[in-house]
Design a protein around this ligand. Sequence first.
Ligand SMILES: [Co+2]
Length: 453
Amino acid sequence: MAAQAPPTGEPAAEGSSAKSTAAIGKSTNGDAADDSEGSEDEADEATGVNGGAGGSGAGGEGAAAAAKKKKKNKKKKKKSAKPTKQSDPPRVLMSNLFPAGDYPKGEEVPYINDNAYRTTDEEKRHLDSLRGNYFRDYRQAAETHRQVRQWAQKNIKPGQSLTEIANGIEDSVRALVGHQGLEEGDAMIAGMGFPTGLNLDHIAAHYSPNAGNKTILQQNNVMKVDIGVHVNGYIVDSAFTIAFDPKYDNLLTAVREATNTGVREAGIDVRLGEIGEAIQETMESYEIELDGQTYPIKSIRNLNGHTIEHYSIHGTKSVPIVKTNDTTKMEEGEVYAIETFGSTGNGYVRDEGECSHYAKRSDAPNVPLRIQSAKTVLNVINKNFGTLPFCRRYIDRLGHDKYLLGLNNLVSQGIVEAYPPLVDKKGSYTAQFEHTILLRHNVKEVISRGDDY
Ligand SMILES: [Co+2]
């Protein structure tokens, strides 16, 4: 999910550095969480491994007993005990695929330059080892993301409606983490980290179908698929672009490479403005020919990557995708969504169209509400989403209707923030790729990395 820069049109130097002052205070949150989890983690990890081994041992004994009667069937019985393969569509619980909780790591990249010592530093390694639960939750979210998106990449076809595509992705995510999110509080344990973005052509971000949306994906569309998965509030934010016509290849390549540049440049003590410069240089080294006309590919200058905090998709720091003079540094322990957007249009987005995305503000004022439907919908938000972004479909599926007046009232009171679709010039094409990275104490982990992107 994209962070939007202040609507000045200027590269966001001032806005971002003002924001980052506040960020320093915030990092204490992360440390507190760190400490409180430390001791549980070690115990947890130890039992996790033993539990997994013990579990399969018990299964083996059961099969052995059965094998006395029918030796031939021994192998088959073992196999049917626990699924080891994901289904199509994805419905097998992550906890069944990884009963020991050993979800795969993302891509680990050693720190460089002044931070190279971290790779072998004992203290840094120790600090890292105290965060077992955090990594397990984060990696479960990331593996869910990979399995669902790779299924989506294979199955999304022209002729499908955006509604069925969104439901297909969201039903899969909820099945894999084992939380349908229909009972109070369940969606806060694990599930969607934010509404699935399905952004066509000049729409860059924050579009998800509302009820009754009849949009059908076409052969010549360029669609950004932005998926958020969270486990215990640890959100993986990762996006890709699909197009069926190879004429868009250069646009997709430019943006995929620009995101990889951002991921590569990111690290402890690196300045945000310099990452933006590197991203822009990669992005704008490409151009594209569409129907006989050549277009430069521009970084969309008022869209940004961002820090991710616990249950909060947009932290206080933003990562520009053009050169700025923001000298704010990335810091140890932070989580970043590195996302870049390329465009054949203005390279600048504005709000347009019906809103689907909302989130309760973490600094929401406690004001008395006079409209009954506003009270009702705020209660639904508090119980089911907290500060996680949601869309209208997520309220619909909980059985509520006629809540729009109340929701709009919460927006005007400053309690809920609306995130309307962000669009470039009509007729232009935009693309997006995004990864979530953890700036661990001793290594950078590109937690959402897959074979696909
Ligand atoms: Co994002």
